[in-house]
Each structure stands twice: as C-alpha cells, then as structure tokens.
Design a protein. Structure first.
Length: 64
C-alpha cells in the first residue's frame, strides 16, 4: 500500500496550494474532491479500517 501511494504521488509533491485546491477529481461514487481533500479522505479511510480490523481481532480473541 505504501509503495502504491508513493508511486501515485510521485509527480505531485511539488503542487502549490492553488494547484491542489483547483485540481478537482470526480470519484467513482460521484463526490467531487480537490486533491488535498481526496488525499485526506484516503488517509482517514485507511485509519478507519485499521480500527475496525483491530476491534474484530479483539472480538475473535475474546470469543475463544
């Protein structure tokens, strides 16, 4: 996942603030994000799933 992220962002590290907020991306689910919003969404999404997996593992361990 980290390698994919680095590869995806390789040409975008030097975006100016104006480039980041004017580069609008329409997602497959219909939402429109600027580059900064989409990057933030992606990071938070991963963290949310991490918490879900951690809770799931705790439930499995306590069930046995």
């Amino acid at each position: 996942m980290l390698t994919y992220t680095v590869t995806t962002l390789k040409n975008k590290w030097n975006f100016t603030f104006d480039e980041a907020v004017t580069n609008i991306i329409k997602t497959e689910w219909g939402q429109e994000y600027d580059f900064e919003q989409l990057l933030e969404h992606a990071i938070v999404h991963i963290l949310r799933h991490r918490r879900q997996i951690e809770r799931f593992l705790i439930k499995i361990k306590t069930a046995h």
